[in-house]
Design a protein around this ligand. Structure first.
Ligand SMILES: *Cc1c(COP(=O)(O)O)cnc(C)c1O
Ligand SMILES: [Zn+2]
Length: 413
């Protein structure tokens, strides 16, 4: 495991001892775990990683773990990287891969961040774990808490998809539906965090939580034979995932696992919640908060904590930003399902729609490798497509009735 030397301010570089804190006392900027990269470089190798478990913990040398005996593990990560030839040919992309994170234990990429956060929280002696969530984090926190015997408190906006509420409550934690949007929930959690001794995965444990997202970059590179792709299309909510994918790529170079990456990272957001894509498109540095109004609820963060850093990462890598309307999102979900057999949630619909727009704009040159992040599973947001897929044919149970209908049905005969 990687020893965390200290937590360091992203802006002024001030160091803090490893503890449940997340912001610099002087400039309020986020804190980052720091590591001894020379030691990691000496210890890590492609072979050793290859011999590791088929989970994110194969990259333990690059993850902030405080006490391995306290690890909380449901098997998150090492999800398939699918070569998507049918979708590629539809979109006119030479070489396209989909990182299928629907295959995680609770069916979204949030299992990656939560296994790291809960392991750290448990090592620091916390018994209660909490989060503000747009749904997927709630699932992941409740499940990992159950696995570790910790108590969980999950705060969600009260208008969340039914499936995301049920699939959190089943794990037996406390689910608190707050009458407000995610930004209201998050603000409430920051207040509660001052009054209780709980680990809030995306507040006081956030420096650990967010490091889990690096593993998406690690896996993509390993699965491409220790090469970084030319492009990545990444959905953005708080901006942490995109920021940490960029960090992960550079860490692999630092420890000698890949050559210098030149991956362009593109941001995908819903048109109804676009603070990051708007800032990229306008060429402004600081994101302007918005009031979310989109069916992509897992991305509906109007005031993204890492928005500034996500914009910076897109710009530094030479990436672009695009947005998807609600209609585009549904079309994206259907396109992915019908070409590749992968059923993604609304966030994945955003990614596919943005991938399509980037391809149409000529972003991907011939021979370049493109990876799109499919971060969540469609069953959780089934209501977004209810009534918008092909009608079902109903017949009485006899052959004649079937043959009568067959003429109307498409397909091979
Ligand atoms: C949370 C989430 C994201 C984005 O995560 P951030 O790190 O907050 O930007 C993307 N896709 C899905 C499905 C998510 O649940
Ligand atoms: Zn500082």
């Amino acid at each position: 495991m990687a020893e965390v030397l200290e937590l360091q301010c992203r802006e002024c570089g001030r160091g803090y001892p490893v503890s449940p804190i997340y912001a610099c006392e002087f400039c309020f900027a986020p804190l980052e775990p720091t590591y001894d990269y020379d030691a990691i470089r000496a210890a890590v190798s492609a072979e050793r990683i290859g011999d590791g478990p088929p989970t994110i913990w194969r990259y333990e040398a690059l993850l902030p773990e405080l006490d391995r005996s306290k690890r909380v593990d449901l098997g998150a990560g090492f999800t398939p990287l699918v070569k998507a030839d049918r979708l590629a040919s539809y979109l006119g992309i030479d070489e396209l891969y989909l990182k299928n994170d629907t295959a995680n234990p609770t069916h979204s990429f949030k299992d990656r961040v939560v296994t790291v956060a809960l392991s750290a929280a448990r090592s620091m002696g916390f018994n209660v774990i909490a989060c503000a969530s747009t749904g997927n984090l709630a699932n992941a926190v409740a499940a990992h808490a159950a696995r570790s015997g910790m108590t969980s408190f999950v705060f969600i906006p009260s208008d969340l998809e039914e499936a995301k509420i049920v699939t959190t409550a089943i794990y037996g934690g406390n689910v608190i539906a707050v009458k407000g949007n995610y930004d209201d929930v998050n603000r409430l959690c920051s207040e509660i965090a001052q009054t209780v001794d709980w680990a809030f995965v995306n507040v006081n444990i956030r420096p650990f939580y967010s490091e889990g997202s690096k593993t998406l970059a690690f896996e993509v590179c390993e699965q491409l034979g220790w090469q970084a792709p030319d492009h990545m299309v990444v959905p953005v909510a708080s901006g942490s995932l995109l920021t940490k994918i960029n960090k992960g790529l550079h860490e692999l170079e630092t420890v000698g696992l890949i050559p210098r990456p030149s991956t362009k990272i593109h941001a995908a957001q819903a048109a109804g919640c676009n603070p990051v894509t708007d800032a990229v498109t306008r060429g402004i540095e600081h994101v302007r908060p918005v009031k979310p109004n989109t069916i992509a609820k897992s991305l509906a963060i109007g005031n993204p904590a890492d928005g500034y850093y996500a914009v910076k990462a897109v710009r530094e890598t030479g990436g672009f930003a695009q947005e998807a309307s609600d209609e585009d999102i549904v079309a994206g979900i259907r396109l992915l399902a019908s070409t590749e057999g992968i059923f993604t949630e609304t966030a994945g619909g955003v990614t596919i729609s943005v991938l399509e727009k980037l391809a149409a704009a000529g972003t991907f040159a011939k021979g370049e490798r493109v990876v799109a992040m499919i971060t969540g599973m469609g069953l959780k947001t089934a209501e977004a497509i209810t009534g918008k897929v092909g009608a079902t044919v109903e017949i009485p149970p006899n052959l004649e009735a079937f043959e009568e209908q067959l003429g109307f049905l498409e397909g091979d005969r």
